[in-house]
Write a protein that binds this ligand. Structure first.
Ligand SMILES: [Zn+2]
Length: 291
């Protein structure tokens, strides 16, 4: 990605010095928990946390940032800034106003405003109650090592996917799905979760489309460089439910999916990227087997 001159968001809060027990201990358990957590993006994080241990957030004794961390922090602010520009324009053109979400960039663990503790083992997530994305950029290192290879556009896709969940909060889809919890079968609820996740992937693609257009208008060349889209595709592939279940040595059980298959995630992201048209992203009306 060409990021020169990209405006940095002022809606990113940097919190330092939280320590996660898992982050210190590492190991297979922590990795598995992180993998599971990625796929709980649209679950209630506070519930996830209560299942994951009750670590206390310990701020303080923050070491100086490494050059890599500083670069990642800047990258996060730039991508967040670009999502703000793109979605503000899309909402304005549709006759409404984009309410900008917050992003908390933290290390290890941090206390959430609404109670509970965000833990890097959960992977990045969007908390609808706070309209806030919680992100520990060490997740990007984990993508490099274990989740499809990473790369800057793959990281951007992750941020844009979480912002996609914020779009769903604003359009009422999040509340619609959550209101069904406990009132429909688990299988039906999982299917709604898949619809929500695929739409967030689609919105990530829509962002990338307009971000690239904006850049081209200003600089006369694409923001995206050869290989960028493949990076995001590799990540989408690595974090599909079918691939995860296979990697975890389990039989692939479509009825337990709540994020969609690798193929579906790539396809919906691509659809957003290709069209840039938010009206092409209705993952809720079509029959489930045609998603
Ligand atoms: Zn998600």
């Amino acid at each position: 990605m060409r990021l020169d001159n990209q405006r940095e968001s002022t809606n990113v809060e940097r919190r330092r010095g939280g320590r996660s027990k898992a982050a210190m201990g590492g190991g297979v358990g922590a990795i598995v928990m992180a993998l599971v957590a990625i796929f709980l993006f649209n679950e209630d994080p506070q519930k996830v946390l209560s299942q994951m241990g009750q670590g206390q957030s310990q701020q303080g004794d923050a070491k100086p940032l490494t050059p890599r961390q500083e670069a990642m922090d800047k990258f996060v602010r730039q991508i967040k800034g670009s999502t703000e520009d793109v979605w503000t324009k899309i909402f304005r053109e549709a006759g409404s106003e984009y309410r900008i979400p917050k992003l908390v960039n933290y290390d290890g663990m941090t206390r959430m405003k609404t109670g509970g503790v965000a833990d890097s083992r959960m992977g990045p997530f969007y908390l609808p109650a706070e309209e806030t994305v919680y992100l520990d950029t060490s997740f990007f290192d984990q993508m490099d090592r274990e989740l499809g290879g990473g790369g800057d556009f793959a990281y951007a896709y992750v941020i844009a996917h979480e912002v996609g969940h914020h779009i769903q909060k604003l359009t009422g889809k999040t509340d619609f799905v959550h209101s069904k919890k406990g009132r429909i079968s688990e299988i039906e609820y999982n299917r709604l979760s898949v619809r929500l996740e695929l739409q967030a992937d689609f919105y990530a693609g829509v962002w990338a489309h307009h971000d690239n257009e904006n850049y081209r208008r200003e600089h006369g060349e694409n923001r995206l460089e050869p290989g960028d889209v493949q990076e995001a595709m590799n990540s989408a592939k690595a974090i599909g439910d079918d691939t995860l279940q296979k990697n975890a040595g389990q039989r692939v059980q479509p009825e337990t999916f709540n994020h969609g298959t690798s193929e579906q995630r790539m396809r919906w992201f691509n659809r957003g990227l290709r069209t840039g048209d938010i009206n092409q992203g209705d993952t809720f009306s079509m029959p489930y087997n045609q998603l």
